[in-house]
Structures are given as structure tokens and as C-alpha cells.
Design a protein. Structure first.
Length: 150
């Protein structure tokens, strides 16, 4: 079993990673869309075959869709692995929501960023999620810790 060490980020460290996280996340969203489109098309073929019985199947088209789906799944897995290796936690690929582990007042918390936001401006507790986001303010910054390996 592989043990994954949590990387704790300072706000500055996480902010420096944003361009790379943004790039990887955008590619992951595209790979997921390609996977979804191929999956939908394959499901449509399946429904037509089941509904119409012995219909002639364009095997090359189906094979191409299967290959597209497989390649997209592989690419998505690689991109998500790259994000994980950076220490980023992908929370919601549909909205492009990611968290960066950090510490505040001696507790583990998360810096929260969403695709399209210009900077990391929020944090929340591990159980609070997106709905519990709080703006990063002077009080947070004065008690914020990170940048250590645990």
C-alpha cells in the first residue's frame, strides 16, 4: 500500500501553482467531456441495437467511439494523478473546484479555488465544503501556516 503524504501549502505556494493547476484542470474538464460524449454515443448505439434487433452495426464507428472513450479515460486519469502529485485535492471536476491543504490556528483547513477565479480568495474547514467558504482576510493570514510536509 502506498502512503500519500499530505502537503501543506502557504497561500503563496498555492498561488504560485495556480497556472499549472488551471492548465491541468482545464485539460481534465475537456477529457471528461470527450469521455462523456463517446459514452453517450455508445449508449445510443446500444439502445438502437436493443430496440431494432438485428440491425447492421457500423463496427468501425463503434470501435472508434470505444477507442475515444478509452483514450479520454486514460488522459483524465493521468491529469488527475498529476494534480494529486502536486498536492491538490480535486473536489468537483464539473465546476473545477480544488482545495489546497493548509493549517490555520493549528488546525488542518483547505485553501479553496474554483476554475475561473483570479486568485485563491477563500478557505474552509475539511467538513465545511464549498458552502462553508470564508474569505481570506487579515485574521486568517496572521494565523495561517503551511508549507510543511506531514
Amino acid at each position: 500500500m502506498v502512503t500519500v503524504m499530505t502537503r501543506f501549502f502557504t497561500l503563496e505556494q498555492a498561488s504560485r501553482l495556480l497556472p499549472e493547476v488551471d492548465r491541468l484542470l482545464r485539460h481534465a474538464v475537456k477529457a471528461r467531456a470527450h469521455y462523456g460524449a463517446a459514452e453517450t454515443a455508445l449508449s445510443s448505439w446500444q439502445v438502437r441495437i436493443e430496440t431494432l434487433g438485428g440491425m447492421a452495426v457500423d463496427r468501425d464507428s463503434v470501435r472508434g467511439l470505444q477507442e475515444t472513450r478509452s483514450a479520454a479515460a486514460q488522459r483524465l486519469q493521468e491529469l488527475l494523478q498529476s494534480l494529486t502529485e502536486l498536492g491538490v485535492q480535486v473536489k468537483d471536476l464539473d465546476t473545477g473546484l480544488v482545495d489546497f491543504p493548509t493549517r490555520y490556528c493549528g488546525e488542518d483547513v483547505l485553501l479553496c479555488w474554483k476554475l475561473g477565479e483570479p486568485a485563491i480568495g477563500y478557505w474552509h474547514g475539511p467538513e465545511d465544503g464549498f458552502g462553508g467558504r470564508q474569505r481570506i482576510d487579515a485574521a486568517f493570514l496572521s494565523q495561517h501556516q503551511g508549507g510543511e510536509e506531514q
